[in-house]
Ligand binder design. Structure first.
Ligand code: SF4
Length: 376
């Protein structure tokens, strides 16, 4: 049985970025109280998942780098006390460069606390773009923090955002080139999305034309892919690129339909065919845990159709649909059911079959949304 993952959600940020639609808390004064409740939540699961072993822990947010190394260590220690976690588990922390600007020692102390993979919210290496995105750090801070992090981590990931208003290929080239020069191990590249309820949307939705045209966006996407592949990265998920052996073990669990458990407000869990999610609101989350009650807001058992749908949607983003796994979990023969679509996609070189894996090609990746909505 493949091993499972643990997600820890830290819903705090120093400020809210203009394009972000996450539920966040900027009052960091209540962080200590939150950590106490988080530890209670982890302990409440003690003994419940004895049959599972875990080989990844992911601190996501929000901004987990607001935690002190001591708090990170305490969380990892509590997880180890309550779950069967491999000694060589991948332990990632999402971080904002700003949090290390005046304190490089925090990078070292996170490593001492058990973190072995660090993911920086770099977004761009161009100051005007960072300003537009209302990020707190500068390109120079991003570069110096990555350079320093290399002393302690041999697994460094960065996030980049593209399709900013007026952006050109030459702008993208600057950020991609810098990522390559810095020899990071992993790049996640996402398009800017104008989510409703964000400051960005409020500002831009008044304009008649906003957002990058689809054809330009695809050009940017292809550019990322070509440049990163040329420089030793493997394109292992629609938006993710990794050097050999540096794929995100944790995120692969979502795409490959393994089990995972989430702690913290709004986190999600999936164990076999059961899914549940936590209270999003931190007040409700805190009240439940103060009373030693699990802060679960919603839970349900997945139907065969839902499982089939998720296996396709998640699988085609990454390594593909595993037809053996598909049959085992849904009782449905994937090839038989989608025979016409599969043949058409293979004939047009949008997809391929290798053994029991049906996956999209690079050509298919760049039009994956259309493929998913039209064929499945
Ligand atoms: S740092 Fe990340 S999570 Fe926090 S507000 Fe900005 S985009 Fe959202």
């Amino acid at each position: 049985m493949s091993k499972s993952g643990i997600y820890i959600h830290i819903p705090f940020c120093r400020q809210k970025c203009s394009y972000c639609d996450f539920y966040l808390i900027t009052n960091t004064k209540i962080l200590d109280k939150f950590i106490a409740n988080l530890l209670t939540e982890i302990s409440l699961y003690s003994g419940l998942l004895k049959a599972h072993s875990f080989d990844s822990i992911f601190f996501g947010g929000g901004t987990p780098s607001l935690l002190t190394p001591g708090q990170v260590e305490q969380i990892i220690h509590t997880l180890n006390r309550n779950f069967n976690i491999s000694f060589d588990a991948e332990i990632t922390i999402e971080s904002n460069p700003e949090d290390f600007k005046y304190d490089f020692s925090k990078l070292r102390n996170y490593a001492f606390a058990g973190i072995n993979r660090i993911s920086f919210g770099i977004q761009s290496f161009i100051n005007e773009e960072l300003k537009f995105l209302t990020r707190l750090h500068t390109a120079e801070t991003g570069i110096s923090v990555i350079e320093k992090a290399k002393e302690y981590y041999d697994n460094i990931s960065i996030d980049l955002i593209y399709s900013l208003p007026g952006q050109k290929i030459s702008d993208i080239e600057k950020s991609v080139r810098k990522a390559i020069e810095l020899e990071v191990d992993h790049v996640s590249a996402y398009t800017l999305i104008y989510e409703k309820e964000t400051r960005l949307y409020k500002e831009f939705s008044k304009r008649t034309n906003y957002g990058t045209p689809e054809n330009i966006e695809r050009e940017f996407y292809d550019y990322f892919t070509i440049r990163l592949i040329e420089n030793g990265f493997k394109h292992y998920e629609i938006s993710n690129y990794a050097k050999e052996g540096k794929e995100s073990r944790h995120n692969k669990k979502y795409w490959e339909y393994d089990d995972y458990i989430g702690f913290g407000p709004s986190s999600h869990s999936k164990i076999k065919n059961k899914r549940w999610s936590n209270e999003r609101n931190i007040i409700k989350y805190n009240i439940a845990l103060k009373n030693s009650i699990l802060p679960i807001a919603e839970e349900h058992y997945l139907s065969n159709d839902e499982i089939a749908n998720e296996l396709i949607m998640l699988g085609l983003r990454a390594k593909g649909v595993d037809t053996i796994q598909f049959k085992k979990l849904t009782g449905i023969d994937f090839i038989e059911k989608y025979n016409d679509s599969i043949s058409e996609l293979i004939t047009n070189r949008f997809a391929e079959i290798n053994g029991n894996i049906f996956s999209l090609t690079e050509k298919g990746y760049s039009v994956s949304d259309e493929i998913l909505s039209r064929y499945f």
